[in-house]
Design a protein around this ligand. Sequence first.
Ligand SMILES: Nc1ncnc2c1ncn2[C@@H]1O[C@H](COP(=O)(O)OP(=O)(O)OP(=O)(O)O)[C@@H](O)[C@H]1O
Ligand SMILES: [Mg+2]
Length: 410
Amino acid sequence: MEHNNQADQAGEICLEVNGLWKIFGKKAADILDSDLRFESKETILEKTGNVMAVRDVSFSVAKGEFFVIMGLSGSGKSTLIRMLLRLIDSTRGSIRVNGEDILKYNKKQLRNFRRNTTGMVFQYFGLFPHRTVLDNVAYGLKVSGVSKEERQTRAQEAIETVGLKSWEDYHPSALSGGMRQRVGIARALTINPEILLMDEPFSGLDPLIRREMQDELIELQDRVQKTIIFVTHDLHEALKLGDRIAIMRDGKIVQIGIPEDVITSPADDYVREFVQDASPAKVLTAGGIMDQPEALLYEWQGPKAAIRTLRDIKEDYAFMVNRTRSLLGLVTLNRLKTVIQNNGSSLKKAFTPDPPTTNPDTILEDLFPIAAEADYPIAVVDEDGKFMGEIQISSIFENMIQDKEAVTDE
Ligand SMILES: Nc1ncnc2c1ncn2[C@@H]1O[C@H](COP(=O)(O)OP(=O)(O)OP(=O)(O)O)[C@@H](O)[C@H]1O
Ligand SMILES: [Mg+2]
């Protein structure tokens, strides 16, 4: 199994954390210099009264990556994310952002870093009750000394980005939990930070609104492409949002990987326990279950050649692509026969232009509605419309069943 500690080599590294420790208490340094550091959190607490919160954590995050930190309550997630902003001093280790050692920053550099490079969204919103939505959102700019006019414009933009247009003059008390959370996100966005840190931002919300906010965050991320460090203890949230997930236990990162790895090859019993209830429908993706068809048809082929191909592969359909493998449509045996009967010589008359398609990241659950409407396999296409593979309707259900067994059979 791959332990994906490092960000994708292809991507530029944004954040790099190495051997990071946090022990709360006066004996932190002594503990770190002795074998006590290998003891359990309980033993350390008993013997020294100090709390081992983060233990020798290393990972890196690529620019534009959505990195999720997950773990049970008390596992050290908030401590870790706060150390990244130096809201908590680390006991030992290094934190580099764009190659710069932020632990060496002086006060001024640190202030700059917090105001311009990073934006943090806290679990309980942290809004000013007596300020309007607009003023709350503009707050970060105000402390940075941005002029009033520019503050207003930029805050306005962020408010629109999170879908709160026309709520500018209201006070937080007039908003629902979900809307307040959006104000918090807008405030973090106004400064247009490179890195967005979010500590359980949705955990106060009810499930429906929570799902809606997750969808919006995904959409937002598509548009603004921030590097996001997101803390949660909800597995499905982690699986849905994360490009990679780090799982923490007792201050340690016990596994880092892409969602499918975490589900299919949990590193230990703790992770297995965590992912046991994960439904394959929420985890497996179109790209993960697609197959390569035995043949594709090309736009320049004639209908007779196409019919021969279908007979060779014993299918009654095939997808048709152009020279650059962009999907043009679906050709069926019946349509081909009709075209030939009418003496048609071009395959272009034989294809249905808009067959059901999906992108490789779509999870199984979201394929159901497409599958329900589909008479033929679903084509998987990338962002540019290039054909990547196909999914047989039956395999959607087979995959669900197989993986359920793989996950629960021990
Ligand atoms: N200021 C502090 N002083 C002493 N111990 C602390 C302090 N802050 C956190 N801790 C301890 O550090 C450990 C990690 O806490 P942390 O808040 O990082 O956990 P968490 O994973 O964010 O949990 P939750 O999911 O409940 O938010 C806990 O045992 C906690 O009691
Ligand atoms: Mg926390």
